[in-house]
Design a protein around this ligand. Sequence first.
Ligand code: CDP
Length: 782
Amino acid sequence: MSTESKPGGSLGVAMKRKEDPRFIQGKGHYVDDISMPGMLYLALVRSPYSHAEIKSIDISEAMKVPGVKAVITGKDLEAAGLGWLPTFHGLDKQMVLAIGKVLFQYQEVAAVFAETRGAAADGVEAVQVDYAPLPVVADPFASKTDKVILRPDREAKTNHIFHWEVGDKDGTARALAASPKRISQRIWFQRCHPAPLEPCGCVAYFDTMGRLQFHVTSQAPHVYRTALAIVTGIPEDKIHVMSPDLGGGFGNKVPIYPGYVCAIVGALKIGRPVKWIETRTENLTSTGFARDYHMDVEIGATPDGRVTALHVATAADHGAFDAAADPSKYPAGMFGIVTGSYDFPTAHAEVDAYFTNKAPGGIAYRCSFRVTEASFAIERAMDILADELKIDPVELRRKNFVRKDQFPYPSRLGFTYDSGDYHKTLDTALEALGYQALLKEQAEKRAKGELMGIGFSTFTEVVGAGPSKHFDILGIKMFDSAEIRIHPTGAGIVRAGTKSQGQGHETTWAQIVGEELGLDPQNIMVEEGDTDTAPYGLGTYASRSTPVAGAAIAMAARRVREKARKVAAHLLEAGEADVEWKDYKFQVKGVPAKSVTMKEVAFAAYTNMAQNEPGLEATYYYDPPNMTFPNGTYVAVVDVDRETGEVKVRRFLAVDDCGTIINPMIVEGQIHGGLTEGFAIAFMQEIQYDSEGNNLNTNFTDYLVPTSLETPHWETAKTITPSPHHPIGAKGVGESPNVGSPAAFVNAVVDALSPLGVRHIDMPVTRDKVWRAIRDAEARKT
Ligand code: CDP
């Protein structure tokens, strides 16, 4: 931990300067807006089969299509040493273009470069590939049997990718065996997809100096630069990665995709700029999916509802390549958060991952690496336990919460939760909700045979990777960085190693600088995403921006302040030790009338600095001492139509605790957006495959994205428990609503159906599934 970090920081529990919460900065320049003279378009030939040998690829007809300039195949790339890409954690590699066989439907098989988008598409149609279908493995439990080995290219001749475990295996087994009450449930978090509105894309060209200029939809531009240098052999200084505005990312724009490598190879080979923009179908079928965890959850408890042990065994479907975007040492991400907000005396979690003939991925979709799966499992299982014990789910949670006085709390699965007040957050929710009145209403409705449900999720997240001693991607340690320059007039620029995809860093980073330096954030420009100018950073995903880069910005600003203090002392004709920073000004201790503003100091730093070093700038690389642990209480209230299975979300309340809030309006926007995505996952979204590995959700008519018509009204509230180790006490927030909400929705539906004896429904909780659950339950009763 940096010695300059002050617990609680100068901001205390909330930003002191009352900025206009509507103050939002932004730009508006996307990869597909780029047009260059001589630019070629890249389109990819994709496999219709999910598992097949490639007997031959004939490009002769494609080369005759007017406008087609070149076609390359996997063999061409292999000959150039570019056949395979390392995956993020370095445990596997992924074919750029298929070599020998295809392993999932829509896998990239050949790349066509042409003068227009239309010509490139025609060229794709004209490439003739002769496939010999192979037996398909579309399910991880079938994969487990190793009857068909999907990846003979690997040394280990098994479909099993890894076994990971944490906690006390024997102690947990003993505690479960000794527990008077036990529940167990298989809970599947279905395969879903982040589906950002802007799909992935890039423009690659080599400038007159032979330097690769690479505009790309990337959440982690510096990591791209390093990875491209390693993969292509181009020296890192000859690679310039620029990630302009992004139309959403949600983890989908962290991996390096084959289209990017092909665009660079095409630009090098043909000597012209190349643009590649995915179609919606390509995005949904071949880029990083999320979840697909089959979790067997067991909880032991006393008859009065004190939890005694937790065991979770997971089968993870990783698809054709192990391209999960998890830190190197955490193949199952942060799944160890599966004990959630509860003080389990013992616990054990294990994850086994398998290859299948599906698209690769397992990315952190608006989630800190598998936290969503873990959170869903524990929050669903706590409700099942409450049902079994005939205890109110609220009381069960309250009884087992980690108490305020237990923080910093070492969980049995290895994390030290930094702070929280779960009882307060729950109580805030119950009061805002009018819980007792809702219970009364529910009892009245149940007496009439109506189905009303109230579902809780009292989740804890773990966000903000580093610390670097635990976290890396491709060996690059996870820290983040900021550089601040204050210009003579008190305006300035802050550059960070993160990359906003719509989260509003342009606003919040300026606010942190404004708060720390007493300057107007409207005149602090924010720049991210350009590897030539931004300091090296690991990028934006897993809600790490505020916990890590936000901290780096505050610390860099404090360095600027220390430098400014010397100039202030000169202006105030006082000793440096006699000058203090108070009320956003430098003043002589005890003499408030003798003061100078940062704006005055900034001007002097360039015009009247005496013996001090001219200029006013600083850089800070922040390696967090711990993760931050945002948490919340979410409650869904639903009515279920007994005849049709239709679920109406009547109310949804989200009480979040993300520590110090930098910008209330941005936080509100993050919560609304994340709840909408959580709602979609709970009720609508699944990337389904048939037994032949055909993807059944290849577009937005089959993979539903909610509009304002379907989306419920969101009620929100906050509690504020600052992170004790973050310089301004802030925790991440962007992921919380997506992590916490699915369980609240499903718990509400199951609660509505519980009088019928329904105990669990897997997501997405579609009308059809609910209708069947009602019919099956009624059939059981008769
Ligand atoms: O890493 P990512 O930007 O996705 O997530 P985040 O750190 O949770 O931040 C999302 C947005 O909310 C950023 O603009 C943050 O600065 C803002 N935020 C805030 O205003 N106050 C917080 N306590 C946390 C985030």
